[in-house]
Design a protein around this ligand. Structure first.
Ligand code: MG
Length: 283
């Protein structure tokens, strides 16, 4: 075949079309490939304090924690204080003997009045700043009224009470109802479930801080979700809780056990786990 100028032009046009198609394919491939982002920066300004830059690539990444299957299950870095099988983490407050509360069907129950050693139980371990998850159920059979109905309590450092009570259609003073900072602050709302139903407290507790001379540097603070509903947002305590008295910080207390109240009402607990935190540093 003779190459006429027409055929040469056609061949050149085909080549051009072919190469532009290849360019397009390349562009398309580049467009579908995820853009690579920097993992951090080394040239950004320093944050206040001068330790880390904004988006600092050298800043340690947070530790990996595997969450529980649902919000009730302990995450991988929690200390399980009650898993439904035994109360080995607990002892009697008054004499350190083994806890005498009833372990049954996966829960821990306040024993009937006049049985066992009697009294509050506390953890063998001591804690400062913590995140706590605890579930409770007040007695299904409703007996008593006001503070005599499903009364118990969770005490941080063995001293700062978060009230447990059957406050479902049960009239009692506001700073003594379920989820109250007992004797001081009522919860923001009453999020109680009916008697016998399992309820949850998810808490962040900040322990008070003191200097070497025993002067208070920082009060205790608590944040509480009751059945997933916010009832306290970083609420300060007046001090260790008392009955018919105004609390105050009259003793140096930075660490202590978690304590559960025996108020002679057969209140039940389960799924108790705690994560140790440290709010003294904020790097
Ligand atoms: Mg109580």
């Amino acid at each position: 075949m003779r190459l006429t100028p027409f055929l040469i032009l056609c061949a050149l046009a085909n080549l051009t079309i072919g190469s532009s198609r290849a360019d397009e394919a390349k562009k398309k491939a580049a467009a579908t490939k995820p853009k690579q982002h920097p993992t951090g920066y080394t040239d950004t300004p320093y944050l206040p304090g001068g330790k880390w830059r904004v988006h600092d690539d050298a800043r340690p990444r947070p530790e990996v924690v595997t969450p529980g299957k649902n919000a009730s299950n302990a995450p991988s870095d929690a200390i399980v204080l009650f898993d439904g099988k035994n109360a080995d983490e607990w002892i009697m407050e008054k004499d350190g003997s083994p806890g005498d509360w009833i372990v049954k069907d996966g829960y821990l129950e306040v024993p009937p009045k006049g049985t066992g050693v009697g009294g509050y139980i506390r953890t063998k371990r001591e804690f400062g700043d913590v995140q706590l998850h605890i579930e409770f159920a007040t007695p299904e059979k409703v007996e008593g009224n006001s503070q005599g109905r499903g009364n118990s309590g969770v005490f941080f450092l063995g001293a700062h009470e978060l009230q447990v009570l059957d406050s479902y259609e049960n009239e009692s003073y506001a700073d003594g109802q379920a989820s109250a900072i007992y004797g001081y602050k009522p919860p923001l709302v009453n999020a109680c479930r009916p008697p016998g139903e399992w309820q949850t407290y998810d808490v962040v507790f900040e322990a008070p801080k003191w200097d070497a001379e025993g002067n208070l540097l920082k009060k205790a603070y608590i944040t509480v979700l009751h059945n997933g509903v916010l009832t306290h947002h970083r609420q300060p305590y007046l001090g260790p809780s008392g009955h018919k008295s105004v609390a105050n910080y009259n003793r140096v207390l930075e660490r202590g056990p978690l304590k559960l109240q025996n108020h002679s009402n057969p209140t039940r607990f389960r799924n108790i786990w705690i994560r140790e935190l440290d709010f003294t540093t904020n790097d």
